[in-house]
Design a binder for this molecule. Structure first.
Ligand SMILES: N[C@@H](CCC(=O)N[C@@H](CS)C(=O)NCC(=O)O)C(=O)O
Length: 384
């Protein structure tokens, strides 16, 4: 079974599809990519996962796995991976999980902003890219244009719901600009976030930094001009080899001692400043929301129905500007990975990790939890 290519249902334009495409290539796992217009996706995958969502992988025997975090875990568990993207050593492991959260959930706002707030600049490219699925099924151009207006309008309409408005845009851009600068300094001296080999940290970041921020015309141009080492890392992440000619002496490995590169400190400090307040808001909002709901049976989809992935909108401050944004229990699912890993440590290891996180302002993250756990069952986020 492991020799038969699996099918990746997703799209070149898809944020989370890029994360899994990168993972499959780096792990040398054979796959065939198909667009969501494919009859198998429409007739088999969508009914099974109960919503339109990309990516989904399908094994030759029909088994489906949806959600990039679960796909990576599944492939590792079943022995498909050449190397684990979860470091074994505690500091490296917890920093990797933390950066997975920051690069994935924490950069969606920037990705959506630079794609849709610069829609005119990006439009020819986006219409081409979103048109691929409609062209693949042979729709005439007039019908494609109509479909594109509808679907692109639907995605564009997320901006205000994510707190992206003319008032907040300068804060969103300042936070992303500082992050690009910190990442650029890092990738000048290291091929991957934790050293010579990609970890789940890199796969979290490549989600937003490839399909949107590294590929759409406006942000890709900005990345090349302002942070060329970050752009170079996006190429490296999409290659099926280590792709490190500029680091000829760097082994495809993490540091032997349980250390993380010094240039990661500034990235974590930006997370503490720009993302931790939103996570704290999401936890407090979720707790208040849960308290209002009364009894929710274990296994209930987080939003009541499989299609509803958020539980409302909460407010927080980004660089002094108040934003109102959707609260996604999925972000808490990714946060739990950090808090679970910290909780599992030997008591004598915890202070070492705590001290490192305190040096970046992120110590509260290690124990930040909602009153109820989010799990995933049958492709849906549920209350445990
Ligand atoms: N947490 C999921 C996210 C998947 C996701 O949100 N995919 C987007 C496309 S990149 C989607 O299908 N959105 C459909 C919609 O919002 O209606 C993962 O890691 O795979």
């Amino acid at each position: 079974m492991q020799n038969q290519p699996l099918t990746l249902f997703g799209a070149p334009v898809g944020l989370w599809t890029g994360k899994i495409r990168s993972y499959l290539r780096k792990q040398g796992i054979p796959f065939v990519e198909r667009l969501p217009s494919d009859p198998v996706f429409q007739g088999e995958v969508m009914p099974a996962v109960k919503r339109f969502i990309n990516p989904v992988i399908r094994f030759a025997d029909g088994m489906l796995v949806q959600d990039t975090a679960d796909i990576i875990d599944y492939l590792e568990r079943k022995g498909y991976a050449r190397f684990s993207v979860y470091p074994q050593q505690p500091l490296q492991r917890i920093v990797a999980l933390t950066l997975d959260l920051f690069g994935g959930e924490g950069q969606v706002r920037a990705a959506m902003h630079y794609r849709w707030s610069y829609r005119d600049y990006n439009d020819t490219f986006l219409r081409h890219e979103f048109g691929l699925a409609f062209r693949a099924v042979g729709l005439p151009q007039a019908a494609i244009d109509q479909q594109l207006d509808g679907f692109m309008g639907y995605l564009n309409a997320y901006l205000p719901k994510l707190g992206i408005t003319p008032t907040s845009a300068p804060a969103v851009e300042a936070a992303y600009g500082d992050l690009l600068a910190a990442l650029d300094a890092h990738f000048r001296v290291q091929p991957y976030l934790l050293g010579g080999r990609p970890t789940v940290a890199d796969f979290g970041f490549i989600a937003n930094l490839f399909a949107h921020l590294g590929r759409d015309p406006y942000p890709a141009d900005m990345m090349k001009r302002k942070a060329p080492s970050v752009f170079r890392w996006t190429e490296r992440m999409m290659a099926n080899d280590p792709d490190t000619p500029e680091f000829p002496n760097c082994a495809f490995a993490l540091p032997e001692a349980d250390e993380v590169p010094a240039t990661i400190g500034p990235v974590l400090r930006l997370m503490a400043q720009d993302y931790l307040p939103e996570l704290k808001m999401a936890v407090a909002y979720t707790d208040a929301w849960l308290a209002q709901q009364g009894d929710i049976a274990s296994g209930t989809p987080v939003g009541g129905k499989p299609k509803v992935r958020n539980i409302g909108q909460g407010r927080f401050h980004l660089r002094g500007v108040e934003l109102e944004t959707l609260v996604w229990p999925y972000s808490l699912y990714m946060l739990q990975r950090v808090t679970d890993a910290y909780e599992k440590l030997d008591p004598q290891q915890q202070p070492v990790i705590h001290d490192y996180f305190a040096s970046t302002g992120l110590e509260d993250l290690l124990t930040l939890r909602a009153t109820r756990r989010v799990e995933r069952r049958d492709h849906i986020e549920i209350w445990a």
